[in-house]
Design a protein around this ligand. Structure first.
Ligand SMILES: [Fe+2]
Length: 488
C-alpha cells in the first residue's frame, strides 16, 4: 500500500537508534511538485536545470525488513531550478515488481541481499526484483532509473511518472545496464556496461551517442565472476578494476542464499585491471595489483606519456558490503574504512606505477563536475565524516556528516561539516549558466534533529564557508545513492 502520513505518525522514531536511522524506519512519502522555501540565503539566478537523485525509498514490505540497503525500492527526487526559484517532486519507481508487492503488501521477490520469503520450494523459481534504486541518467525526454542487475526503467522527466522497463532498443534477454554510466566531457558520448552473471561471466560494454543511440557494443569474457559496480573513463579508455570477489553461484541462483551472502573475499587473489579502448571497446591491456575493493571511482585521465591515472575510494576488502547491509538495522557492527587514492598505471609496461593516498580518512561517493569527466581536473568532491569521528570505531555507527573538496592543484582538502545529526548526500556539481567558471555543489541533507530534509547549495570552490543557500524540502528524502545535474 502507498505509505500515508498516518503510517508515519503511527510509527514514532526509535530513540535507541542513531538520529540518521529514522528514514529507515518507515517508507518514504511521495511529494510534489512543490515550490521550495529558502531557509537561508538565495537561490543563484544562474542555477538553471534539474537535480535528479535516486535511492531506496522503503526497506520493508508487510513488516518484513529487506535484507540489504541495496534492496530498497527506488524513489527519485527531482529539484528543478529556474529564475531563482525551485520546485521538487519525489516519486517511487513503479516497476512491475514494486506494483505487485504493493498490491499484495508483502515481499515476494529475490533481491541482491535477500532470498524471497517463505519455504525454499516456493522461492527458488522467484525472479530477482529490479530495485531501480541506484542512479539516474537523462536521455532525451526520458529519465532512466538505473540498477546494475537489470534494465533501466524509463520515467517522464517532468512528472517522474514511470513509463516502464526499457530495453533501450538494444538490450537483449537479461542484459544489464549498470548504474554508473560515464559521459565524455568533450564529445557527450555515453559509456556504460552490464555484468553477465553465470558460469561464463562477461562484461557487456556499450557506447552511445549523446542522444542515447547505440554506436558500438562488445562482450568481454571474464576469468571469473566478481562484483563490478563502477568504471573509469579516461577520455580514451575505460578502466575496470575487478576485485578478487568470488561467488557461490549455484546457491545464489537456487535462492538458497542471496547474492550478497554468496559473495566471498579472496585475499590471496589480485585486483585485475582491464584497459578497454574507447573506440573499439576491446581490451588493450591487462594488469594486476595487490587486492583492493572499490565501489566508486572519481575520475580518470590519460597523461602525455601514455600513462593512465584515476582516483577511487579504496577499501582493503569486501567488509564494506556487510557494513552497508547492517546500516538499515541501525546497529552497525562492521567498520569498513576507505581512502581516497590516485592510481597510476603504465598500460604499455603492464604495471601499476603508484598508488597515492589523497585523503586518508573514511570517504566515498567521489565525484567531479561533468566538464571534467575523462580529463585531469582540479576539484574532486567526497562524502566524509565530521572531524570528531576519527577512528573506524568512532564512525562505525555514523553516516557521512560532511563534504570534502580535494584540490589537486594546491594538494589540499577543504571540509564542510553539516553539523551534529545532519547527513549530506553525495554532492553533485552544477555549472552556473551565467558564469561558466563558477560551479555550485548540491547536496540533500537529512536533519535527524528535526526529522526533515533540506537541499543545500554550496559555492563549489569555497565549501568550507558553508552553504550559500538552504532550501526546505516538503518531506523526508531518505539517504540516497546517486544523482546527476541536468542543465536547462
Ligand atoms: Fe554506486
Amino acid at each position: 500500500m502507498t505509505p500515508s502520513l498516518r503510517d508515519r505518525v503511527s510509527a514514532p522514531a526509535r530513540s535507541d537508534l542513531p538520529p540518521w536511522h529514522k528514514p529507515f524506519q518507515r517508507p518514504a512519502i511521495e511529494f510534489g511538485p512543490a515550490p521550495l522555501t529558502p531557509l537561508a540565503g538565495r537561490i543563484p539566478e544562474g542555477l538553471r536545470g534539474t537535480l535528479y537523485r535516486n535511492g531506496p525509498g522503503r526497506l520493508e514490505r508487510g513488516g518484513v525488513p529487506y535484507g540489504h540497503w541495496f534492496d530498497g525500492d527506488g524513489a527519485v527526487l527531482a529539484v528543478r531550478f529556474e529564475g531563482g526559484q525551485a520546485r521538487a517532486t519525489y516519486r517511487y519507481v513503479q516497476s512491475a515488481a514494486y506494483r505487485q508487492e504493493e498490491a499484495e503488501d508483502r515481499a515476494i521477490f529475490a533481491n541482491y541481499g535477500m532470498v524471497p520469503p517463505g519455504p525454499w520450494l516456493g522461492r527458488f523459481n522467484k525472479s530477482l526484483k529490479n530495485a531501480a534504486n541506484t542512479s539516474v541518467l537523462p536521455l532525451g525526454d526520458r529519465l532512466l532509473a538505473l540498477w546494475e542487475g537489470g534494465r533501466p526503467h524509463a520515467l517522464d522527466r517532468d512528472t517522474l511518472e514511470t513509463i516502464g522497463e526499457d530495453d533501450l532498443g538494444y538490450l537483449r534477454g537479461s542484459e544489464a545496464f549498470s548504474a554508473h554510466p560515464k559521459v565524455d566531457a568533450k564529445t557527450g558520448a555515453i559509456f556504460n556496461f552490464g555484468l553477465e552473471v553465470g558460469p561464463r561471466p562477461a562484461l557487456h560494454i556499450y557506447r552511445l551517442d549523446g542522444a542515447g543511440r547505440l554506436q558500438r557494443r562488445s562482450r568481454l569474457p571474464l576469468k571469473n565472476l566478481s562484483l563490478i559496480h563502477d568504471c573509469v573513463w579516461t577520455g580514451r579508455h575505460l578502466i575496470f578494476c575487478i576485485p578478487p570477489v568470488g561467488m557461490r553461484l549455484l546457491p545464489a541462483l537456487l535462492r538458497l542464499e542471496s547474492f550478497s551472502e554468496a559473495l566471498t573475499w579472496q585475499p590471496e587473489g589480485m585486483t585485475q585491471i582491464l584497459v578497454v579502448d574507447g573506440d573499439t571497446l576491446e581490451v588493450t591491456a591487462r594488469l594486476e595489483a595487490p587486492p583492493w575493493f572499490q565501489w566508486h571511482f572519481g575520475n580518470g585521465w590519460t597523461e602525455a606519456d601514455g600513462a593512465i591515472a584515476f582516483t577511487l575510494c579504496r577499501y582493503d576488502d569486501l567488509a564494506t558490503n556487510q557494513h552497508l547491509r547492517e546500516i538499515p538495522t541501525g546497529r552497525v557492527r562492521r567498520a569498513a574504512p576507505a581512502q581516497f587514492v590516485e592510481v597510476r598505471i603504465d598500460p604499455a609496461a603492464g604495471r601499476v606505477r603508484s598508488q597515492t593516498v589523497l585523503y586518508d580518512r573514511h570517504c566515498d561517493f567521489p565525484v567531479v563536475g561533468a566538464t571534467a569527466v575523462g580529463q585531469r581536473g582540479r576539484y574532486s568532491y567526497l562524502s566524509v565524516h565530521r572531524a570528531e569521528f576519527r577512528r573506524p570505531e568512532d564512525y562505525r555507527q555514523e553516516l557521512f556528516g560532511a563534504i570534502a573538496c580535494h584540490d589537486a592543484q594546491r594538494e589540499t582538502v577543504a571540509i564542510a561539516e553539516a553539523g551534529p545529526g545532519r547527513y549530506p548526500s553525495e554532492p553533485i556539481v552544477a555549472m552556473d549558466r551565467d558564469r561558466n567558471e563558477r560551479n555550485w555543489l548540491l547536496s540533500v541533507v537529512y536533519d535527524g534533529n528535526g526529522d526533515q530534509s533540506e537541499l543545500w547549495i554550496y559555492d563549489a570552490a569555497a565549501i568550507a564557508q558553508g552553504p550559500h543557500c538552504r532550501l526546505a524540502l516538503p518531506g523526508v528524502v531518505p539517504h540516497s545513492f546517486h544523482g546527476i545535474w541536468s542543465p536547462a
